[in-house]
Design a protein around this ligand. Sequence first.
Ligand code: GMT
Length: 383
Amino acid sequence: MENGSCATQPDEMKIGITCYPTVGGSGILATSLGEELARRGHEVHFISYERPFRLPSDLPRLHFHPVSVNEYPLFKYPDYTLPLSVRMAEVSRDQGLDVLHVHYAVPHATAAILARSMLPPDRQPRVVTTLHGTDTTLLGCDPGYGPAIHHALSCSDAVTTVSAFLERETRRLLGFDGPMDVIHNFFEPRPPRRPRDEVRRELGVRDETLLLHSSNLRPLKRIDLLLETVSRLRPRDAVKLVILAGGSFEPFTELMRRLGLQDRVVVREKVNDIEDYLQAADVGLFTSENESFCLSILEAMCFACPSVARRVGGIPEVVEDNVSGVLVPSDDPDVLAAAVQDLIGKPERRAAMGRAAQRRAREKFSAEAIVPRYEAVYRRVCG
Ligand code: GMT
């Protein structure tokens, strides 16, 4: 651990949080964490290029500090790391931050380490870095990023990962052998804004089973496999799939048409009130080739919606196979479809699984279970 001091060490701390503010699991988690910390009496300062989209504007002790990035024609590639680090240093100094908690290593951890070293030793915040997934599994393997990520982790006062799987991968891929805390994600659903029936009507769903998929549609999410799987379900008109898309669905429209799924798939892009759709769904379907956790599965579990997912990455830490969901050790659409078909055909099994999923979400992955673990890390690094 490097020099520095935690100005305040009472129960309430001053915490800076940096995350990606747009739709995406790491940003959603960081935003909820900030909100929960503020509710528990801490002062929380978000530092990012945009206000996180789910950040409430009316909660006391919750602040947002924008980072402005100028575009200089001199630079071929715009730089965010330096203006971010300068803003982090300013906010740390002006607000007397105890901790800078950065979500997703690139470039946030590097910026935090730089920000800390810009301040005099007695004004330096502790740096906590939370790894979310592709910062290790994708960028960690890139020789242009790996050494910088490793350096930022080594200089952090604490490193956390969102699953035991990701901790193992961080050791394996980055060769990082420092301490890491595994702190699973949590989700605190907001009350839906519209009744379930109204949302199902909006989606054109009557008696059909409503499948739900929610992701940023990156190649790793295997949207092709998702559509192939749905195309094998019978009878076709007994199911509909709603996709809550954090990216453009356009690249998949041709495949959707080819599979004859135009009237079976409804896409909603950049949805803010996800709870409306989560409560309306019957079964989640997730075909990613890798996930360190898969927050989307947890979001569905909170609404007693069990998921069928591939048995990859940290997903088995979230879902117990055949108890709170179904895990499929295959990327064969026929095998995935058989698992979905089974749940469609057995509503009682599905309901029991939904209840188990909701119970597990409350017991293991609620704010009450998880936020104190982050508070303990903050206290430890300030201790
Ligand atoms: O999966 C993505 O493309 C988004 C990414 C992110 O940074 O928002 O998600 C990662 O973090 C989430 C929150 O911790 C996890 O639930 C996702 O599993 C993880 N994605 C991957 O590991 C691919």
